[in-house]
Design a protein around this ligand. Sequence first.
Ligand code: NAP
Length: 412
Amino acid sequence: MTNETKAFDIILYGATSFVGQIMTEYLATHYSLSSREDDSREQVKWAIAARSDSKLLALKARLNIQDVTHFVVSADDESALTDMANETQVVVSTVGPYALYGETLVKVCVETATDYCDLTGEPQWIKLMLEKYEEQAKKSGARIIHCSGFDSIPSDLGVYACQQHAMAISNKPANHIKMRVRKIKGGASGGTIASMLNVLKEAKNDPDLRKALVNPYVLCPSSAGFKVRQKNHKSAEFDSQLGIWSMPFIMAAINERIVHRSNALLDNQYGTSFRYDEAMTAKTGFQAWTFTMGLGSFMIAASFDPLQKLLANTVLPKPGEGPSLKEQKEGMFDMRFYATTENGRNIITQVTGDRDPGYGSTAKMLAQAAICLAKDIPNLAGGFWTPASALNTHLIKRLQDHAGVVIQQIGD
Ligand SMILES: NC(=O)c1ccc[n+]([C@@H]2O[C@H](COP(=O)([O-])OP(=O)(O)OC[C@H]3O[C@@H](n4cnc5c(N)ncnc54)[C@H](OP(=O)(O)O)[C@@H]3O)[C@@H](O)[C@H]2O)c1
């Protein structure tokens, strides 16, 4: 909901997290307060927030941004979260695992008609937020957008762009899109690992949740009427149509669900029998099988409490830790969306990023999603949206211009 009277366009909550610090630096570099005299640059009024005053002060000193306003707010302090939300048009949150710390902020944003976006990739938590707050958001006017990082912006906008192209050249959406990660370089942070381990822990103790999580339409409104069986890439396999080996892609679990929700929110624009699946490509069958077996062993180990604790205390990064600056700069991703149009033309949409996907690129994508929400879509109604259903072409342009993420047609 656009509100000129609020002091800030965006407040970044969780600025002291691993990814929050990268995003703060990005905002400081591209939207510095001193650049407000420079009329040619987009003006964004932003502030930062977190639970620790000393960490916020240290971050401001390190980045030399003492003029940036900061708020000290704990994730369970509803009154302080409300005061913070009332100061801004959009709250961007990087405080996770969201299933542990995220609900009060979503509740407050819905109640105060404040727009919100985050980095959650936790489908069980999104489902809960939809059940509890979706109707209220529609009434209050708050626009809530989960999954505004590497999961699931490239997948969601890649499919959106691929379908726009399919419709432009054949007047109909493609019935099936396969996304294949051709190249990916980058590491995981402790916060992401903590979120993944928490999903496994919750699913282990809740059979209904396990059942819900395997449903590709778990985040879709039941009125969408989607029933077609979707492929689940659990194994290594040779795709004779594309002529490539593929292996499971861990982020498919959230991305595929967001893409189907986008289809539902876009009034079934991709069709009610639309099929979508994600996987990574491998150079050889040996690589595909070795990776698949390694991933399977890790998932089994991580679902047993003692082994999970052992992994968390030894090999895995801890909350607050993540890839080095060098790893972020040398990181990248290249994703391809393959489809055949109604009139038989094979199209390929490519989405590339110029930093490691989870942090360097995610921080830039999240910042641009938040700015887009604050500035580009004043007439969008309240509710729980997805990046493609709410931000679509506006965000595609912003990512290309300001975030090193390029979405283009490379075939046909
Ligand atoms: N979608 C994507 O592509 C993507 C990419 C990267 C990360 N993520 C997700 O984003 C989240 C952040 O990741 P990260 O690696 O930056 O994690 P992190 O470094 O572990 O940060 C977690 C943050 O939560 C804060 N926090 C914890 N308890 C809190 C409380 N009670 N009140 C207020 N703040 C609290 C911590 O505050 P302190 O700083 O004071 O410790 C910290 O800043 C994770 O959920 C991760 O899964 C998603």
